[in-house]
Design a protein. Structure first.
Length: 499
């Protein structure tokens, strides 16, 4: 058993190695009985096959590691304890051929063609080009509507299968994995710097969150503490990323509800923010700004003063737009009661992010497990309880307001000094974890370094893994025509999911 770090710059993580599948299952049961929730699950075959399960508890991240049975090629499924483990377990089975014992859903998850695999080079193609066996609803008047995987516009591919009566949805099921990129294969045996660049491109709208989680993982593995100035700069980058994405979502939600004025106005504000990002940090979407040991870009105190000066205007304009949204009868009619995610289900599944907090879940790593500077400059948790599209809109408005107040406070008392330092210690076979609250929810990174300090293996987890199943539960009972609005209110990542 090892504690990963007690540093204020790193998340509290406890890694426990189980001697058997039974111990693995027992450890998960124990944490589940104390209110723990599922975060991520992945496999690795370096140097030998084992499965990791990351669970969140009151004291931080609890990571269980269990060897895969050499005789049977199996590991115990956690789905009976944590239903959201199902898809990651299916992905592990598709990649490595290991069987999750007790998992009832035997369908493949990662879509692959007959002619080859991706990633580690060992991925299997259990179904090849055969049709995916969607669950179908039978009954008088029930018919099926397939949507995708190719969509209008430039969004990434995903297939949605609706079972409907008239215009009302009885069931909706997703099929993802069409853009499986094989990132695990791309990063293996690479220098840390190469993977740092890759980390900001896993899901482009969450570049900062993935970079920071990756930097934390490497810093944890190398026992490196970044300078104070660096972590404050990271927080500025993260909150600007959060604000930009929420602005874009609010505009798109207005447009999907027939209010194009919202799209234009929020799009203008987002564009102003992105242009400032490009001028000050060198990239509109803030890629290549964070690195292990600190940040890659320190714009200087003069540029940071400029960032602070733009906050009052942004606060004022967003306040005006929120008033318009709140008082617009047509918008509220479309938002209220549409796409309700039951707060009881959100609680049982341990959902965070905008989706979870809009269904009454008080979960935000910046508040619950803060790293510096969030342990000094506190951020309130944005919360709503109705669980509908309107609640998710309100949580976004609240988070923008909280992020602007946080930025104003941080930029008023910014620490001097260096913004980067070299990695301290490369222990043989070192492991590390990173855990950051991105704009969608929790982003996790894990790394194992080899004896030369290069990346032996690594894993990235996007919060969309846990939120796509919740979307399936929010759609039934609504009209087919409301699906684009509900889907946009979740705004989940295809790219971050299909690693």
């Amino acid at each position: 058993m090892t504690d990963a770090s007690d540093s204020p710059d790193l998340p509290a993580v406890r890694l426990v190695t189980a001697g058997s599948g039974r111990e693995f299952l027992s450890g998960a049961e124990g944490l589940g009985s104390r209110g723990g929730r599922f975060v991520s699950l992945w496999g690795t075959d370096h140097p030998e096959g084992c499965v990791y399960a990351a669970l969140a508890g009151p004291d931080g991240l609890f990571v269980l590691r269990s060897p895969v049975s050499k005789e049977s090629g199996t590991f115990p499924s956690l789905t009976a304890l944590f239903p959201l483990a199902s898809r990651p377990e299916r992905a592990v089975r598709d990649v490595y051929g290991w069987i999750p014992e007790g998992l009832s859903d035997t369908r493949p998850w990662i879509r692959q063609d007959d002619h080859g695999g991706h990633g580690s080079g060992k991925e299997r193609s259990p179904e090849g080009g055969r049709d995916y066996p969607f669950v179908r609803v039978d009954g008088e008047g029930v018919h099926e509507i397939p949507v995708g995987p190719v969509h209008a516009g430039i969004i990434e591919p995903g297939h949605f299968r609706f079972q409907v009566v008239g215009e009302k949805v009885l069931r909706m099921e997703e099929r993802l994995g069409y853009t499986h990129k094989g990132i695990r294969g791309l990063l293996a045996h690479r220098p840390v710097g190469d993977v740092t660049r890759l980390s900001s491109r896993i899901s482009g709208d969450s570049a900062v969150a993935f970079q920071w989680a990756w930097a934390q993982a490497v810093e944890c593995a190398t026992q490196t503490s970044p300078p104070e100035r660096a972590v404050w700069l990271r927080a500025i980058l993260l909150e600007r990323e959060r604000i930009a994405n929420h602005l874009g979502d609010l505009g798109a939600l207005g447009n999907d509800a027939g209010f194009a004025f919202g799209l234009v106005q929020f799009g203008r504000l987002k564009e102003d923010l992105l242009r400032t990002n490009g001028q000050i940090f060198g990239h509109r979407y803030l890629m290549d700004t964070i690195c292990p040991g600190g940040v890659a870009v320190d714009p200087g105190d003069g540029a940071l003063s400029r960032l602070r000066s733009e906050l009052p205007r942004l606060q004022e304009e967003i306040h005006v737009l929120k008033t318009i949204y709140d008082e617009h009868g047509g918008l509220q009619d479309r938002f209220a009661g549409t796409g309700v995610l039951d707060p009881l289900l959100a609680g049982a599944w341990g959902l965070g992010g905008v989706v979870g907090r809009a269904s009454g879940q008080l979960l935000d790593l910046r508040h619950d497990h803060p790293v510096r500077p969030y342990d000094i400059e506190r951020v309130p948790v944005a919360l709503a309880k109705r669980g509908d599209v309107g609640a998710r809109v309100q949580v976004r408005f609240q988070e923008i307001r909280h992020s602007l107040a946080f930025l104003e406070s941080v930029l008023a008392s910014f620490p001097p000094g260096p913004a980067r330092r070299g990695l301290v210690c490369r222990s043989p076979k070192a492991e590390g974890f990173g855990w950051i609250e991105g704009f969608r929810g929790e982003v996790l990174a894990w790394v194992r370094l080899d004896r030369d300090g290069n990346v032996e293996d690594a894993h990235f987890h996007d919060p969309s893994w846990l939120l796509w199943p919740a979307l399936e539960r929010a759609v039934p009972g609504n009209l087919v025509a409301d699906f684009p609005l509900i889907n946009k209110s979740f705004n989940l990542s295809y790219s971050g999911h299909d690693l």
